[in-house]
Design a protein around this ligand. Sequence first.
Ligand SMILES: [Ca+2]
Ligand SMILES: [Ca+2]
Ligand SMILES: [Ca+2]
Length: 355
Amino acid sequence: MRVSMKYNGVPTSCETFSYGEVEDYTVNITATGGDTQAPTAPSSLTSSNITQTTVDLSWAASTDNVGVTGYNVYQNSSLLGSVTGTSAQVTGLTAGTSYSYYVTAKDAAGNESPASNTVNVTTSPATATYCASQGNTVTDEWIKRVVCGSIDNTSDVNGGYADFTSISTNMIKGSSYTITIYPAWSGTVYSEGYSVWIDYNQNGDFTDAGEQVFTNVKTTATSVSGSFTVPSAALTGSTRMRVSMQYNTIPASCGNFDYGEVEDYTVNIGAKSYSTSASSLYIYPNPANDVITVYLKELNKSANIQIFSITGSLVKEVRISDLYNKVNISDLPSGIYNIRMIYNGEVLNGKFIRQ
Ligand SMILES: [Ca+2]
Ligand SMILES: [Ca+2]
Ligand SMILES: [Ca+2]
């Protein structure tokens, strides 16, 4: 390295001049630049958009004395890959499986920061496949109608089995629901046994404790009915409800039998428990005499509305949309009512007075 100072002008590297001085030094240039300081640890690592096979990770940026050049993403403590930004989408995961993640920052010299916080992720459950079940003969008897929550399905004869999983009702953990089954006979009235299951843990069977939610011993009654409470341990999300009717005995959840019918439905189990404290629904007018209007915040949407008496009994359930959001309450006795709407997986509550 040459340092040069010249009177009254800028010196060139090779010249002799009258006034001034030149000094030569030595500089040793190394390959790494000598940066030995690692970046700070990334912070605030969070996961989002968890699906059966992917998860999105994002974190707060690290700093470095020279500069952060990228981040290493670790899955179950093994390096998965590197990115330059502060987010990453992990793909190729297995449904219903737990994974742990942390990230580190790195600089151009290859220094790696300490690990960020760790986040644990469980991918969405695999789509369950259920055992087959059906009545072999529906000449004499079948399930005519099923009513549960907002399901009210009159089906008549379905050849022994019907997949009605496109028909669903919402349910909230800790809340009680009533199911009513109506049989029909072509001639002679035979005794029929009944059973209903809900796959609360979404593992594709009806055999876990508490999943048989209703049974009725053989009867010639024109309808059977019972109540059950959705356990707090039930998984949030959509799952299967199986309704079965068999001649002369209570049916099993799997397999074929001689006489009767099986119908499958979908139940959407809500994450939040019912609270009457917060009033997050806008209801007009209030108090009201005959009709209330309940406002949905988004267009082209619909939602189920449940109205409860002050003692907690479900007295009305209707479906509203942004195009038709009126609920007839003229049949309700005067009093205070709680109203609940399950919308986008969220529970919105309100109160109104029937004058
Ligand atoms: Ca550094
Ligand atoms: Ca049927
Ligand atoms: Ca199960």
